[in-house]
Ligand binder design. Structure first.
Ligand SMILES: Cc1cc2nc3c(=O)[nH]c(=O)nc-3n(C[C@H](O)[C@H](O)[C@H](O)COP(=O)(O)OP(=O)(O)OC[C@H]3O[C@@H](n4cnc5c(N)ncnc54)[C@H](O)[C@@H]3O)c2cc1C
Length: 370
């Protein structure tokens, strides 16, 4: 019998499995389709909350701690697998919603508050003009420069994680959709797939992203995780045209440059239940925004358009905890907009919980609501 079964092979499940394997546990991942093809693939790979000062301390402590783990996490993945997830510091230029209209005083107050937050949290920030940092933007305007924001390339990170899990002796079973729970004495005895197979382990971790609540059914209790669709466009430009992430308020539209010249433009935040189709109006809207911000981005070099379903959660605070009643059931899900950022930290927290190890930070904000 396995020590642990992980249900769902996105970034949360793969990072969790890898961490547990590293700590000596035997692990099987059960994935409904193929690993790393849902939200974790669709995501943009910015390793920071978009406007970090707008979030609670629960989000800040987890993202900052996870960020501190990222260099070691990536280094180990590169060494183990030879796959480079293109983790690097690219900085983020924030174009705030300045206005000459009444209310500008409020904007000034917000900026001062953002700067104060950055000082408090040791998060470097500098006021600049946008062309100082990104000359190819249409407008030269007052902006904020966050020089230490990092990014990663999601599909490569996921490929490296799959390989690392297998190399460490983990078992990955794809096309295995969990649909039933066998329960006795407040413990899971086994879980069953839509094809009728049964799997047994000492502990079970749900990392099923936007589908976590649906999968847990009545065992979800008051867990609040729902799907939030995000669409992204992909442009192909020459390498080096854009070197840093650009984020534009008020709707937090962003451009993210990859090293080989691809630029991602996104993303939307849409309530569309479990529908992850792309839509023509969003394509038009994102294309217009991208072109307005950076005129070199045109329809002719638009090469991709996709959508993914984020695991939405109140306040963007994930649940990383043992079930309040079922003693061998755990959850690491609901990372909403920052699941890639939170992946190494979330994996360590849930693994420490299962293995009864001390935690590096206060886990009370990530409790399973009963
Ligand atoms: C457009 C977009 C942009 C984003 N940008 C960023 C960003 O810049 N930075 C950042 O940190 N985060 C970003 N995110 C958020 C991030 O991608 C998610 O928070 C993260 O990927 C969630 O990971 P996950 O493993 O929980 O979910 P998923 O990747 O969705 O994985 C869940 C897995 O569970 C499987 N599953 C579901 N039900 C079952 C079942 N019954 N049985 C077996 N398997 C099952 C699914 O098939 C899936 O593979 C973005 C997301 C989107 C959509």
């Amino acid at each position: 019998m396995n020590d642990v079964i992980v249900i769902g092979g996105g970034v949360a499940g793969l990072a969790t499995a890898r961490e547990l394997l590293q700590q000596g546990a035997s692990v099987t991942i059960l994935e409904r389709n193929r690993c790393g093809e849902e939200s974790s693939w669709a995501g943009a790979g910015i390793l920071s909350p978009l406007l970090p000062w707008d979030y609670s301390e629960s989000v800040t402590q987890l993202t900052q701690w996870s960020n501190s783990l990222y260099p070691g996490f990536i280094q180990a993945l590169c060494t183990e697998t030879g796959i480079d997830p293109e983790f690097h510091v690219s900085g983020m230029l924030v174009l705030p919603a300045f206005s000459s209209e009444p209310g500008v005083g409020l904007q000034e107050d917000r900026l001062r508050a953002a700067e104060a937050w950055c000082v408090r949290h040791d998060f470097p920030i500098r006021s600049v003009r946008s062309h100082e940092i990104v000359p190819v933007l249409a407008l030269d305007e007052p902006a904020l420069w966050l020089p230490e924001v990092c990014q990663v390339r999601n599909p490569r990170l996921l490929r490296a994680l799959v390989q690392a899990v297998e190399m460490k002796g983990g078992t990955i079973i794809e096309h295995a959709e969990i649909t039933s729970w066998k329960m006795a004495h407040e413990q899971i005895q086994s879980i069953g797939t839509s094809h009728g197979e049964e799997y047994t382990a000492a502990s079970y971790i749900v990392t099923a992203g936007a589908w976590s609540r649906q999968l847990l059914r009545e065992y979800a209790l008051k867990l609040d995780i729902w799907p939030v669709r995000g669409q992204i466009l992909l442009f192909k430009t020459q390498p080096g045209l854009l070197a840093t992430i650009v984020l534009q308020e008020p709707d937090n539209f962003y451009l993210i440059p990859r090293r080989d010249g691809y630029i991602l433009a996104g993303s939307t935040v849409e309530e569309a239940a479990f529908d992850k189709r792309t839509t023509a109006p969003v394509r038009k809207e994102l294309l217009e925004k991208a072109h307005r911000l950076m005129p070199a981005l045109t329809e002719e070099i638009l090469t991709g358009h996709w959508a993914g379903l984020r695991p939405g959660s109140p306040g963007n605070i994930p649940v990383i905890d043992r079930h309040p009643v079922i003693t061998n059931l755990y959850l690491n899900s609901g990372h909403y907009r920052y699941g890639v950022t939170m992946a190494p930290g979330g994996a360590q927290l849930i693994s420490n919980m299962i293995l009864n190890k001390l935690q590096s930070l206060d886990v009370t904000p990530y409790r399973w609501p009963a």
